[in-house]
Ligand binder design. Sequence first.
Ligand code: HH2
Length: 278
Amino acid sequence: MSAHTRPLVMGVVNVTPDSFSDGGMFLDADRAISHGRLLASEGADYLDVGGESTRPGAKPVSEPEELRRVLPVIEQLVDEGAPPISIDTMKSRVARTALEAGALVVNDVSAFRLDPEMASVVAEAGVDCCLMHMLGEPRTMQEDPRYDDVVSEVKAFLEERLAFALSQGIAEDSVWLDPGIGFGKTVDHNLELLRRLDEIAAIGRPLVIGTSRKSFLGKITGRDVGERLAGTIATNVLAYEKGARIFRVHDVAPIVDALEVAAATVRGKWTTSASTRT
Ligand code: HH2
């Protein structure tokens, strides 16, 4: 994918019992599929299907169990002509099977560091991939994370991971990068990354941002996980203005609207939406 000119929204479909904001809500395949349909109808450009939570303290999931959760959901949504599906996994065999079932993007929060086969699965399939920064591993990442300069360290990491992906035969055009908001970061680290996101966008690859409902929004506003939409919108709009292009969110409809208005403002151009209300 070449650099995006309009904001793209990636709707989250968590087929897990323990995700931090919606764990258990869509563990059943039918419910996850309905949720995917809803997010698609709300304007999602991608559906990010995941079967293993990455929240601190989440239980690791075996490969067969992860596949059992995500595969029927991917198969059905692909069959129905849903928006392109990305598979949120750190396991190459889950990624390979999901791609065979019709997924078109691999979202690996370990950025090819956990499973040595992951890069070759992506290279062979010729699909897009998202490489994300995380300090340490999910279990321990929030235990006193420290950086000298969070932005330059995250940027250097992403540049190194991009170079690694290219060395494995992945086309540069296929790589998206993500600073990993909340993955081994304090509130201040997250805010500094958002404030200086343009420095990371300067790498020149499409930037993915995932702030949706995350705990730093709760720490700032005092809101519970289900009440963080306003904070999610604020951070996504600011991230757009600083160069982010793909927005991974749970609440698709309000983010689509917010980004449409943000994009119209930034570009000074707009068109009437098909469903114009008076
Ligand atoms: N955040 C989460 C999961 N996957 N992938 C990318 N690229 N960027 C992110 O910021 C990101 C991600 C965590 O959110 P969620 O999926 O809702 O929670 P959980 O990991 O508990 O399932």
